[in-house]
Write a protein that binds this ligand. Structure first.
Ligand code: THU
Length: 304
C-alpha cells in the first residue's frame, strides 16, 4: 500500500489520480515480489530539493529523478520475499503494515523524462515509484545482472496493472479497433444493433464494453456505460478518450451516456465515433454535450 503521498511542492492540477495510481503501483510491486502487508511513502519534490537531499545523504551534488530511503535492510543477495521473519519483526501495528521506507520523486525531472520518452507523466511517475519500491525491497543495480533482474520485476509489476510501455501512446485507430473487438460480444437480440466501446483512462489503461439488451427494453445498458462501469470498478476515475462503434451505423452516444461520461471526463475529451468497417470521426465531449451539468457544479470532486 501507499502509506502517504506528500506534496512538498504546490499540487499540480494535471495529476488528479496520482494517489490512487501509486497505491496500485505499490500493491502490484509487492504482489510481484510475493509479499503482502507492506507499504512505503512517496514524497514529491522539485529539482532543488532532490539535489539537496542527494548532496546531504549521498554526497552527490546533482538533481536526480528518484531517491529511495529504506527503513528495512535485507542481507546481500536477498530481497524482501526471502526474509519473511524480518518483515514480521518490522510490522508496525499503528500503520498496519511494514513501513519499507520513503521514495522521493523529482517532479521537474519526471516531466522532462516523460516528454523525452513520449509517454504520459503518470506512466513516468509509476515507473519511478516502482523502481523505488524494488529498491526498498532490497533490489539494486550495481552490476548488469542485478540491473536486468530489477528491471524485469518493474516491468512485470507495471504490466500486471495495465501500465505498459505503449499503453498511453495508444492511437485513435487502436482505440477504435479495441471498440470493434468489444462489439463482437454485444448482446442485442432485440435491436440487432451491436455497439462496442473502449475507454482510455487517465492512467493509461483501456476498458472495453458492449451493449446488452433486456426483454424489458428499458433495462438495456449501452456499450459506453458498460465500459465506464468496468473502468470505475477497476478504480479509474478520469477518462481520457472513448471510442464507440456501431455494427450497421455510426453509434452516436445516447443522451444518458453523454451525461455519464461527463461525470468522469472533461469537455475536451475526444470521442471517437464510427460504424464498423466505415471509419470514424472525432468530436469532443463538449461538442456532444454543451452546457452540461458536471460534478464540479455540485461541488463534487470525482477523485474523492
Ligand atoms: N446503444 C448503445 O450501446 N450506445 C448508445 O449510446 C446508443 C444505443 C445500444 C442500446 C441498444 O442495445 C441499441 O444500441 C439500440 O438502441
Amino acid at each position: 500500500m501507499l502509506i502517504e503521498l506528500q506534496w512538498e511542492i504546490p499540487v499540480p492540477d494535471d495529476l488528479p489520480e496520482l494517489e490512487r495510481t501509486l497505491d496500485r503501483v505499490a500493491e502490484a510491486c509487492f504482489r510481484t515480489e510475493g509479499i503482502s502487508g507492506a507499504g512505503f511513502s512517496v514524497r514529491i519534490v522539485d529539482d532543488e530539493a532532490i539535489r539537496r537531499l542527494n548532496r546531504e545523504m549521498r554526497n552527490v551534488d546533482a538533481a536526480t529523478d528518484v531517491l529511495s530511503f529504506p527503513t528495512v535492510s535485507f542481507p546481500a543477495e536477498k530481497t524482501a520475499r526471502d526474509c519473511p521473519k524480518r518483515l514480521r519483526r518490522e510490522y508496525d501495528p499503528y500503520l498496519r503494515c511494514v513501513n519499507l521506507g520513503d521514495c522521493v520523486i523529482n517532479l521537474n525531472r519526471a516531466r522532462r523524462q516523460a516528454e523525452e520518452y513520449g509517454h504520459s507523466l503518470t506512466r513516468e511517475l509509476s515507473y519511478l515509484a516502482a523502481h523505488s519500491a524494488f529498491h526498498l525491497m532490497g533490489y539494486d543495480h550495481i552490476d548488469e545482472k542485478e540491473r536486468s533482474a530489477m528491471r524485469e520485476m518493474e516491468e512485470r509489476a507495471l504490466e500486471s496493472i495495465g501500465i505498459t510501455r505503449d499503453s498511453d501512446g495508444i492511437s485513435h485507430e487502436q482505440l477504435f479497433a479495441l471498440a470493434c473487438e468489444a462489439m463482437q460480444n454485444s448482446y442485442s437480440p432485440y435491436s440487432h444493433f451491436k455497439v462496442g466501446a473502449c475507454i482510455l483512462t487517465e492512467d493509461g489503461r483501456t476498458f472495453k464494453g458492449c451493449n446488452f439488451e433486456n426483454a424489458s427494453y428499458g433495462a438495456t445498458i449501452c456499450a459506453e456505460r458498460c465500459a465506464a462501469g468496468c473502468a470505475i470498478a477497476a478504480g479509474a476515475r478520469r477518462f481520457r478518450t472513448i471510442a464507440i462503434v456501431g455494427s450497421t451505423a455510426v453509434a452516436w452516444p445516447c443522451g444518458i451516456c453523454r451525461q455519464v461520461l461527463r461525470e468522469f471526463a472533461d469537455l475536451d475529451m475526444p470521442v471517437i465515433v464510427g460504424a464498423y468497417g466505415k471509419g470514424f470521426v472525432v468530436k469532443t465531449l463538449g461538442e456532444l454535450l454543451p452546457e452540461s451539468l458536471s460534478p464540479e457544479d455540485l461541488g463534487v470532486d470525482t477523485q474523492a
